[in-house]
Design a protein around this ligand. Structure first.
Ligand SMILES: [Zn+2]
Length: 99
């Protein structure tokens, strides 16, 4: 078997000093005070609402900031297939009246 090589790049890049948990703890008082808006949907995160620290979509080593847990979990929005407007065209097909 081949030798296991370490991935290229340094692990001592800047920005690795603060881990996820620490950063989250820094945000927490602000979020719980209701002063922070979701980084994704831009709506305020209400105190007591579940939230996560969201990553930057382009740079996974960066954090965008707090997001609703729901927004963070699935960028896939709920497909609302429940409400399908059943618009049946009225049967007024302009029949030709034979007068
Ligand atoms: Zn959100």
């Amino acid at each position: 078997m081949g030798t296991h090589r370490a991935p290229r790049g340094t692990t001592t890049q800047r920005g690795y000093g603060v881990n996820h948990v620490e950063l989250r703890e820094q945000w927490r008082p602000h979020v719980e005070a209701g002063r922070v808006s979701c980084a994704r949907c831009k709506l305020p995160i209400k105190p007591g609402e579940p939230w996560d620290l969201g990553h930057d979509d382009h740079d996974r080593t960066k954090y965008r900031g707090p997001e609703h847990a729901e927004c963070n979990r699935g960028a896939s929005k709920r497909v609302t297939d429940a409400i399908t407007p059943a618009i049946d065209p009225p049967a007024t097909l302009d029949p030709k009246w034979d007068e």
